[in-house]
Design a protein around this ligand. Structure first.
Ligand SMILES: [Ca+2]
Length: 168
């Protein structure tokens, strides 16, 4: 589904949803964008294919718990690497917006899920097991939009979030 050319790749409107899903689900996607569905993840494989076929922008929208207001962060460039060599590594640049640039420690990180530990936390520590759902964890995160309750963050706790991409 797209809105004004933006393809929604992530939607988190239900604080009770359990995002601790395996690698295959984050690769292939889950949820839907029906009117009664609050949870959606398009899938890393298609995001990889799209962002390697031509230049894409990324828009992140977050609703903060403290004010209940929505804020946005846009990146002029976004690319998600492939599965085999890059573990869907995240690359973004060209921030603008009023939500703050929180993709700082996650930049260049590979994707980690409960069953695929590619984060930089050592000693067998898996950020997806201990923090939230699948994400581009470092050790572990500043932003993470796949967690329940207070583990759903973008510079402060969130009620809701969305991510979307659009060709440049
Ligand atoms: Ca680890």
């Amino acid at each position: 589904m797209s809105v004004f050319g933006w393809i929604i790749i992530h939607q988190h409107l239900d604080s009770t949803f359990d995002w601790k899903l395996p690698w295959a689900d984050y690769r292939n996607g889950f949820g839907s964008l029906n009117f009664n569905s609050d949870t959606y993840w398009l899938g890393l494989e298609i995001v990889h294919l799209l962002t390697s076929s031509q230049p894409y922008r990324l828009r992140v929208e977050v609703q903060k718990a403290s004010s209940e207001l929505w804020y946005s962060a846009e990146y002029w460039s976004v690319q998600v690497g492939d599965e085999t060599n890059d573990k869907y590594q995240l690359d973004v640049s060209g921030y603008s917006g009023d939500a703050g640039n929180q993709f700082v420690v996650e930049l260049g990180m590979m994707f980690t899920t409960v069953d695929s530990d590619n984060d930089l936390a050592d000693n067998g520590y898996n950020c997806a097991v201990n923090k939230g759902g699948g994400w581009w964890y470092n050790s572990c995160y500043i932003s993470m939009l796949t967690g329940p309750g207070t583990h759903h963050e973008w510079s402060g706790d969130l009620i809701s979030s969305r991510m979307m991409i659009k060709p440049q």
